[in-house]
Design a protein around this ligand. Structure first.
Ligand SMILES: Cc1ncc(COP(=O)(O)O)c(C=O)c1O
Length: 350
C-alpha cells in the first residue's frame, strides 16, 4: 500500500509508560508457584493470575491505556467485543465517568453480556461473530467526541496489555519462558514487547483458531477459520498487525492445542487450586499438559491465566471432587468426562 505509514512496533518503553498511566486503575494481579504433572513428569510453573483483574480478564489494562492516552477524555467510548473487551471498556468508562457503547455478537456468553449491561454500557447485540459486531460499531465511532477502543489492534491497547509482562518480570525475575493465549494478538504482542528476546514468549492457540500460528507461517497476518469452545475470547479471524509485528520481532514461537486439553486445563486449575478460568484463560496451560510445548529442565516457565468469565457450572464435570487424582480418574473402559476425548494420547495431567 502506498501512502500508509507502517505501524510502529510497540516497544518496552511504551509498555513502561502504559504501566505508569494505568497505575491505580488496573490491579497488580498475584502470581503463585505451582507444580503440575504434564506428560508423566512434574513441571514447576509460575501462574500469573490475571483472571483476578477487574472484570475478570487482562482487558482493562489496554482499555485504560487507550482511553487515557487520548489528548482529552472522550465523551463516549465505542467498542466491539465477544465479551471480555466489552466488559473492560464498560468498566473503564464507568470508572472514568464517561459513556460507553459496546457492540456484541449474539453468540457471546450470557455471563459477559449481562456484565456489560450491568456496568451501564449501551449494549447492542448484533451479528453472529466478532467481525459482524465490529462492522456495526464503526459507524458509531464516527460520532463527534467518540473514541474507538479496539480489542487488540491499536498500539496503546497492545502496550497496555504488555503491563501483564512487566509485572510478571518484576514478580518472577528469573523466568526464561512465558506461555500466553493468543486471539487477536494484543496480549502476546504487549508481553513480547516487554520481554523482547530476554525470555521465550510462546503463543498458544486452539487448533480451531490459529491466528498467530498461521501468520508466523505465512510471514504476515492472514485470515483463518475460527470456532471452538474458546472462540468468544480467542476467535479473532486475523491477528492484528501491531501484535504480530511485536511478536515477530521478539521471535515468538507458536503452538496449537486441542479442545480436550483446554477442558483438562480448566478442570485441573479448578480441582487443584480452585482457580476458575474460562476456556481462553486456561489455553496457555493446555500447551504444557498436552506436550504442545515441552520445556527443558533448565527453563523457568510462567503461564498467564488470563480470564475467568465463564459459567462456573461447566467447570465441575462430575460434581466437586476432592479425591486424589488417581481416584478421580475414570476407569480405562468407563465413560470419559464430558468434553474429554478418550483416545490415543489421552491427557494424563493431574
Ligand atoms: C480470556 C482471554 N484470553 C485471551 C484473549 C486473547 O487476547 P488477544 O486478542 O489480545 O490475543 C482474550 C481476548 O478477548 C481473552 O478474553
Amino acid at each position: 500500500m502506498t501512502g500508509v505509514a507502517p505501524a510502529p512496533v510497540v516497544s518496552a518503553a511504551m509498555v513502561q509508560e502504559a504501566a505508569e498511566r494505568i497505575t491505580g486503575r488496573a490491579r497488580r494481579t498475584p502470581v503463585i508457584d505451582w507444580s503440575v504433572r504434564a506428560e508423566g513428569s512434574r513441571v514447576e510453573v509460575t501462574l500469573k493470575l490475571e483472571l483476578l483483574q477487574h472484570v475478570g480478564s487482562f482487558k482493562p489494562r489496554g482499555a485504560f491505556n487507550r482511553i487515557l492516552s487520548a489528548p482529552a477524555l472522550p465523551e463516549l467510548v465505542v467498542a466491539a467485543s465477544g465479551g471480555n473487551h466489552g466488559l473492560a471498556v464498560a468498566y473503564a468508562a464507568r470508572e472514568l465517568g464517561i459513556r460507553a457503547a459496546v457492540y456484541v455478537p449474539v453468540t457471546a456468553p450470557k455471563v459477559k453480556v449481562d456484565g456489560i449491561r450491568g456496568l451501564g454500557a449501551a449494549t447492542v447485540l448484533v451479528g453472529n461473530s466478532y467481525a459482524d459486531a465490529a462492522e456495526a460499531s464503526y459507524e458509531r465511532a464516527g460520532e463527534p467526541g467518540a473514541l474507538y477502543v479496539h480489542p487488540y489492534d491499536q498500539n496503546e491497547v497492545v502496550a497496555g496489555q504488555g503491563t501483564v509482562g512487566l509485572e510478571l518480570d518484576q514478580q518472577a525475575p528469573e523466568l526464561t519462558t512465558v506461555l500466553v493465549a493468543t486471539g487477536g494478538g494484543g496480549l502476546i504482542g504487549g508481553i513480547a514487547a516487554w520481554f523482547g528476546r530476554r525470555a521465550q514468549v510462546v503463543s498458544v492457540e486452539p487448533h480451531g483458531s490459529p491466528t498467530m500460528y498461521a501468520a508466523l507461517a505465512a510471514g504476515a497476518p492472514v485470515d483463518v477459520e475460527v470456532g471452538g469452545l474458546a472462540s468468544d475470547a480467542l476467535g479473532a479471524r486475523r491477528i492484528g498487525v501491531h501484535g504480530f509485528l511485536s511478536a515477530q520481532a521478539a521471535n515468538v514461537k507458536a503452538v496449537l492445542v486441542s479442545e480436550a486439553a483446554i477442558v483438562e486445563a480448566r478442570r485441573l486449575l479448578w480441582d487443584d487450586l480452585r482457580v476458575a478460568a474460562e476456556p481462553g484463560g486456561a489455553t496457555a496451560l493446555a500447551a504444557l499438559l498436552e506436550g504442545a510445548y515441552r520445556p527443558s529442565p533448565s527453563e523457568r516457565v510462567a503461564v498467564v491465566v488470563c480470564g475467568g468469565n465463564a459459567d462456573p457450572c461447566d467447570l465441575v464435570v462430575a460434581g466437586t471432587d476432592l479425591r486424589s487424582p488417581q481416584a478421580r480418574r475414570p476407569p480405562a473402559d468407563g465413560p470419559a468426562p464430558r468434553g474429554v476425548r478418550r483416545a490415543k494420547g489421552e491427557l494424563r495431567a493431574s
